[in-house]
Design a binder for this molecule. Structure first.
Ligand code: NAD
Ligand code: FES
Length: 296
């Protein structure tokens, strides 16, 4: 069992929780995720790690209430425990294995859309801890749902905020703000790391391609087992079939087929859709999840 040590509401339907998970916190690295289960019968919820403290043995998670699983999780209080907390899963961000002197020569921009600020935070914090100043953009629909602004301010070299309704910071979306920084404010970036809703990552990648900025995105498709067996998180990257849980979650954003990934997300939600996917994808579907019906 994994005890909840802290719970805070970040906005109307977004929560942060610190979970006591010594083993996970010991080996966690930026870019990785966990799968949480509220109780024996609960659904498996994949969440990117939002922070970790090796000394205290805690891992922070941030989640939006979007379905039954996250609604139930939001009803847990400090002192309660969840039954499963599996991780760290997936590959760490690529930059953690690059030489620090090489990283210092590059200018990074981290771009977070909405709740994407949570997985961006440990990456920017890692950069700060290693003496690298990076620019960060956080976009939110409106000021009242913007999250982690003060936390990000502490670790970012420069923090830029945009709101779709113009209620705070730059008036527009993250794509408009990046375009403005590069084209009107003389900013130059060698690499972008983009995390947020799939549609935002798609449009951001179209822009960074135009601006000639190599771009990494973190995908969070539907996941079931998180171990590369079920095929739920299949994506096409370039000509290759990849599984976000074991090959990712981070990929070269300019190679992702976002339209296919978004279509697949929608289809995977229904039994009929899962059957069609199983037929279409054949052996590369990785049957055996018990969800697609294709193994029967
Ligand atoms: P949102 O819809 O409020 O969007 C956040 C920001 O993204 C917007 O303010 C805007 O700046 C930008 N954006 C959105 N659509 C865009 C478009 N078409 N073009 C350009 N920019 C656009 O985001 P939210 O409600 O906080 O996000 C929820 C989604 O994010 C969920 O689907 C969740 O699964 C996903 N998410 C992804 C990750 C990840 O690891 N990739 C992590 C957390 C959440
Ligand atoms: Fe990735 Fe099952 S969640 S293959």
């Amino acid at each position: 069992m994994y005890k909840i040590l802290k719970k805070e509401k970040l906005n109307d339907n977004t929560f942060i929780m610190d979970i006591e998970a010594k083993r996970v916190s010991k080996s966690a690295k930026p870019g990785q995720f966990i799968i949480i289960k509220n109780d024996e019968k609960g659904e498996r919820i994949p969440l990117t790690i939002a922070d970790f403290d090796k000394e205290k043995g805690t891992v922070s998670i941030v989640f939006q209430v979007v379905g039954k699983g996250t609604k139930d999780l939001a009803s847990f209080e400090v002192g309660d425990s969840v039954s499963d907390f599996v991780g760290p899963l997936g590959r760490p961000s690529e930059f953690v294995s690059e030489k620090i002197e090489d990283l210092k020569k590059k200018k990074f921009v981290f771009i977070a859309g909405g709740v994407g600020a949570a997985p961006v935070y440990p990456q920017v914090k890692w950069m700060k801890e290693h003496g690298i100043d990076v620019d960060v953009i956080i976009g939110a629909r409106s000021k009242d749902i913007l999250i982690l602004e003060s936390e990000m301010k502490e670790v970012a070299g420069n923090l830029y905020i945009s709101t779709d309704d113009g209620s705070y910071g730059f008036d527009g979306r993250v794509t408009d703000l990046l375009k403005d920084l590069v084209e009107n404010k003389g900013k130059h970036y060698d690499e972008a790391i983009v995390i947020g809703p799939m549609i935002m990552m798609k449009f951001m990648c179209m822009l960074t391609k135009e601006l000639n900025i190599p771009t990494i995105v973190s995908l969070n498709p539907i996941m079931v087992d998180g171990t590369g067996m079920c095929g739920a998180c299949r994506v096409t990257v370039g000509e290759e079939i990849k599984f976000a849980c074991v090959d990712g979650p981070e990929f070269d954003g300019h190679k992702i087929d976002f339209d296919e990934a978004m279509r697949r997300q929608t289809m995977y939600k229904t039994e009929e859709g899962r059957k069609i996917l199983k037929e279409k994808e054949g052996d590369t579907h990785h049957g055996g999840c018990g969800h697609c019906g294709g193994e029967k």
